[in-house]
Design a protein around this ligand. Structure first.
Ligand code: TYM
Length: 319
């Protein structure tokens, strides 16, 4: 079984990325061959600073490895090291209906946030389909925000198969139920672009500040509080055991504890959770050539598979 996913190097990684995609992706390494890549071509639609793009890409690799990704069990690579993916994106674009892409939520959201409607932004899902189909992927672990993109991928694969015969496998999304949408400090989906993120490897002061900034209502300290609507409880649930979560919910309902105290408890839990990852990150940083070696061998394996699949595609379409 082939498992594939990508992550944009558009900034630092946050706990939404971790619980929505990275942790499930790492766990899936026990189930098949994995292909995880740093989606630089996608990041170009919003990041136009070459130095930042290069640095972010290496940092994504570092952070993913620090979080437990095992490069011996699968390929970790840069999207741009497999340039054939751009060729496949072109071929897919020749069958991609405009209307399908016009309905993409993420495109509409990005326009609403003020990004200019470039062709790249519009055809973003076509490139993503190429990323997935070029490795004959079976499973794609992602957060819920990417679900529609996987549906578009399947639609494009079907279009090619209907036109040219059986060329592509149809991939399935794998969205983990409890962590499909991790909320940010304002209660909306956590996202760098909403500036509501808590980073995996943020420094202690900044992380504490972010957590203390979680938006709450104005219920007084003495009064009972509703745990079911609290961002603090939702985030705490990612890190704590069932018993600890039940205890926090009880203290919410009992009253007598202010939101500030609950936030401190969340900070302690989160900080402790990432201790082993921070340690591993320090170790990796001491070995200067390690990340380069991982990315080089990842690209080699990814190209082997991509070249085979592209031979099939080129034959099928008549190139
Ligand atoms: P990106 O870089 O925005 O996010 C990487 C992964 O993190 C998940 N995620 C979340 N999950 C739960 N809650 C959140 N608040 C949250 N924020 C982010 C995302 O769902 C994603 O799985 N288009 C992709 C990158 C990509 C890709 C691909 C993914 C390019 N080609 C092929 C899979 C297959 C993206 O922008 O993810």
């Amino acid at each position: 079984m082939r498992i594939l996913s990508g992550i944009q190097p558009s900034g630092t990684l946050h706990i939404g990325n971790y619980f929505g995609m990275m942790r499930p992706a790492i766990a899936l390494q026990a189930e098949g061959e994995t292909f995880y890549f740093i989606a630089e071509y996608h990041a170009l639609t919003s990041l136009r600073d070459p130095k930042a793009l290069r640095e972010n890409s290496l940092r994504v690799a570092l952070d993913f490895l620090a979080c437990g990704l095992n490069p011996d069990r699968g390929a970790l690579f840069r999207q741009s090291d497999v340039p054939r993916v751009a060729e496949l994106a072109w071929i897919l674009s020749t069958v991609a209906p405009m209307g399908l892409l016009e309905r993409a939520h993420s495109y509409k959201d990005k326009l609403a946030r003020g990004l200019s409607p470039t062709v790249g932004l519009f055809s973003y899902p076509v490139l993503m389909a190429a990323d997935i189909l070029i490795y004959d992927s079976d499973i794609v672990p992602v957060g819920k925000d990417q679900k529609q993109h996987i549906e578009i991928t399947r639609d494009l694969a079907v279009k090619i198969n209907e036109t040219y015969g059986d060329v592509f496998k149809l991939p399935e999304p794998r969205i983990s139920a409890e962590t499909q949408v991790v909320p940010g400090i304002d209660g909306q989906k956590m996202s760098k672009s909403y500036n509501n993120n808590i980073d995996i490897f943020g420094d202690e002061k900044e992380t504490r500040k972010r957590i203390m900034g979680i938006v709450t209502d104005s219920t007084p300290v003495e009064a009972p509080k509703d745990p079911s609507r609290s961002t603090i409880v939702q985030l705490y649930s990612l890190f704590a055991s069932k018993v600890e979560i039940a205890e926090m919910c009880e203290r919410f309902q009992k009253g007598g504890t202010g939101y500030g105290d609950f936030k401190k408890q969340l900070f302690e839990k989160l900080w402790e959770f990432f201790v082993p990852m921070r340690k591993r990150r320090e170790e990796i940083m001491r070995d200067e050539s390690y990340i380069d070696e991982v990315l080089t061998s990842g690209a080699k394996r990814a190209n082997e598979v991509a070249n085979q699949v592209m031979k099939r595609v080129r034959d099928a379409v008549g190139l």
